[in-house]
Ligand binder design. Structure first.
Ligand SMILES: [Zn+2]
Length: 195
């Protein structure tokens, strides 16, 4: 989705090196992200436009943080989301494909404010049309990526089971192995090893 890929711009090395970077400052990242989502690149953003993208990202993260602990979103963060939405006037049109109808939003502007509005719309749809209680923050404390849990039993604990999930599994196993070697009674269970 547009919004969660945008959130990945705030990168923290999930392997625990402590390295982090704001990919909004990385040449080419915004261009690549927009290309993946079939949106036009409006050219390099100004400092003010970059700040607005960062504020929007901050509002979205804080809303997710509140919802994951079953608290209401802060009105200031919702206001920030609404501000981003107001930056991209658009009109709707009905399109038909394979006998299905869908509403398409056609932007009236082509700049970064329109992109911010598209991101806010993509996130807003999660809040209004999906289940906000499925929003999650990765349990890997080195990662903390935000994602939408689409699993049937709402059990997704990591942004990516193959990366963060496996890493923590291996860490848990090694910690138990170390404890066992140190003579502790905490010997790893076979089920922990083959999980
Ligand atoms: Zn993660």
């Amino acid at each position: 989705m547009l919004w969660d890929d945008f959130m990945k711009s705030d990168y923290h090395d999930w392997r625990g090196t402590g390295h982090s970077e704001d990919r909004l400052d990385k040449p080419g990242w915004l261009e690549q992200w927009l290309a993946i989502h079939n949106l036009p690149y409006p050219g390099a953003p100004s400092t003010k436009e970059l700040d607005e993208l960062r504020w929007l990202r901050g509002h979205m993260r804080r809303i997710v943080q509140k919802l994951t602990v079953r608290e209401s979103a802060d009105p200031a963060d919702l206001e920030g989301l609404n501000r981003a939405l107001s930056g991209g006037p658009m009109y709707l049109r009905i399109a038909e494909s394979d006998s299905d109808f869908r509403l398409e939003s056609i932007p009236l502007e082509a700049g970064w404010s329109r992109i911010g509005a598209e991101v806010a719309t993509s996130f807003g749809r999660i809040l209004t049309d999906c289940e906000p209680s499925r929003l999650r923050i990765c349990e890997n404390s080195d990662c903390l990526a935000v994602y939408y849990d689409e699993t049937r039993n709402r059990s997704k604990r990591f942004c990516d089971d193959k990366l963060c999930g496996n890493l923590l599994k291996v860490r848990r196993f090694r910690a138990r192995q170390k404890a066992a070697k140190a003579g502790s009674s905490s010997i790893p269970e076979v089920s922990d090893i083959i999980q």
